[in-house]
Design a protein around this ligand. Structure first.
Ligand code: GLA
Length: 391
């Protein structure tokens, strides 16, 4: 991924035409897909997450001013902000992810430098693969390199989450930024959101992770995400716990009937989904197909009937994935409400799987989906010391 010459050339050429000089610094940060653990992060539960080869690159050059000037290749847009400003940008909402990171770094007393930058991302936007976290974590890495200081990856992830919570205004958990900063090539991460510890997990040979993008875009700033989070917090409070992670299955069984019905459904999903993270992690390591099939089916069933985050496009995609050759199991990914889903597929049948899902989903919805396998990529990093070394 870091050696894609076409991508490098495109970014270099754009940089030169936009800013009149070559970049002298390159950074990247990956998107992610969750393999199990929908909405468990803000309940301080566990998530099995995969940093993916789809990533965001930024080529940059310090400009000796207090302004950050950016060109987004994906959006074909130019935008700038002053490092000393605090407001949001109405014309270019994507700029808020960059500006938010700059603000939080300054809040923490770190020196930030104005720079010119070209951004290019292979993480599809608003599709549930964390394009926003990839941008935040890549930008934090640029500021780090320019400022001459270094943040520990976990500190960087927490700072980027704070930028999204406080500057962008999305009350997300730590999953996306953690995965984008802490990723390790070739490994899934079993993340515990209570103590922010994680274990690298290998996926059994012969099993591939395949993203199935419904191409039905979603907006996390919509009300549903915040509503789900509030219902979980209400549930935890009524159950006498600080977070749903602290609620034992026995305590829940004894008190579920005291909760408003919709709150009880949300809580049940989170408790079951949290437990499924550990059983799926074990099954993926040993390659137990039946367990993977059952656990992913139970996760999607809960997403439909308990957490209620499945959309018609997701139902159509689920039907297409389950009917395709080579499928081991499939479920939702990200926040739900459209976007990408994830399938576990026999390696030898990935192509046949992708072809079948494409035609089945297209026939059902008249929308061309995007189907592609992913592998685990490294977390946010500087690509090379200068443009030449990055080749
Ligand atoms: C979004 C949020 C994450 C997490 C997931 C759902 O990606 O940014 O913090 O809550 O949804 O698991």
């Amino acid at each position: 991924m870091t050696h894609d010459p076409h991508r490098r050339d495109l970014i270099s050429r754009t940089f030169l035409t936009t800013f009149g000089a070559p970049p002298d610094l390159w950074c990247r940060a990956p998107g992610r897909v969750d393999l199990m653990g929908s909405h468990t992060d803000y309940n301080l539960g566990a998530v099995l997450t995969l940093p993916i080869g789809r990533d965001t690159w930024i080529a940059a050059r310090a400009n000796s001013t207090r302004t950050v000037r950016l060109h987004s290749l994906n959006l074909g847009a130019d935008a700038a902000f002053a490092l000393d400003a605090t407001g949001k940008c109405a014309d270019h909402p994507w700029l808020d992810y960059v500006h938010g990171v700059a603000r939080m770094l300054q809040e923490d007393g770190l020196s930030v430098t104005g720079f010119d930058g070209v951004i290019h991302s292979t993480v599809p936007l608003r599709s549930g693969l964390s394009s926003s976290a990839a941008l935040e974590c890549a930008v934090a890495t640029v500021f780090e390199a320019l400022g001459g200081w270094q943040l520990a990856p976990l500190q960087k992830a927490l700072l980027c989450q704070r930028a999204e919570n406080r500057h962008v205004g999305v009350n997300c958990g730590i999953l996306d930024q953690f995965t984008s900063c802490m990723g390790q090539q070739g490994c899934a991460l079993l993340l515990d959101c209570r103590d922010l510890s994680s274990h690298a997990m290998a996926i059994a040979k012969g099993i591939r992770i395949v993203i199935c993008d419904t191409r039905a875009q979603r907006e996390l700033t919509g009300s549903e995400y915040g509503e789900r989070r509030e219902q979980c917090e209400t549930g935890a409070r009524l159950l006498g716990c600080a977070a749903l992670r602290e609620v034992t299955p026995e305590h829940f069984a004894a008190h579920a009937h005291e909760l408003p019905a919709s709150v009880a459904k949300r809580c049940r999903f989170i408790l079951e989904e949290h437990a499924r993270v550990y059983t799926l992690a074990a099954a993926l390591t040993t390659g137990e197909r039946d367990a993977i099939r059952q656990l992913t089916a139970a996760s999607f069933d809960g997403a439909c009937h308990l957490y209620e985050i499945a959309s018609p496009a997701m139902h159509a995609m689920m039907a297409a994935m389950l009917a395709a050759p080579g499928v081991i199991g499939a479920r939702q990914a990200g926040a739900g409400f459209g976007g990408c889903m994830v399938a576990f597929v026999e390696e030898a049948q990935v192509e046949a799987f992708a072809t079948a899902v494409r035609s089945h989903y297209l026939a059902a919805t008249a929308v061309e989906p995007e189907i592609y396998p992913v592998t685990a990529a490294a977390g946010a990093e500087r690509i090379g010391q200068n443009e030449e070394e990055a080749k």
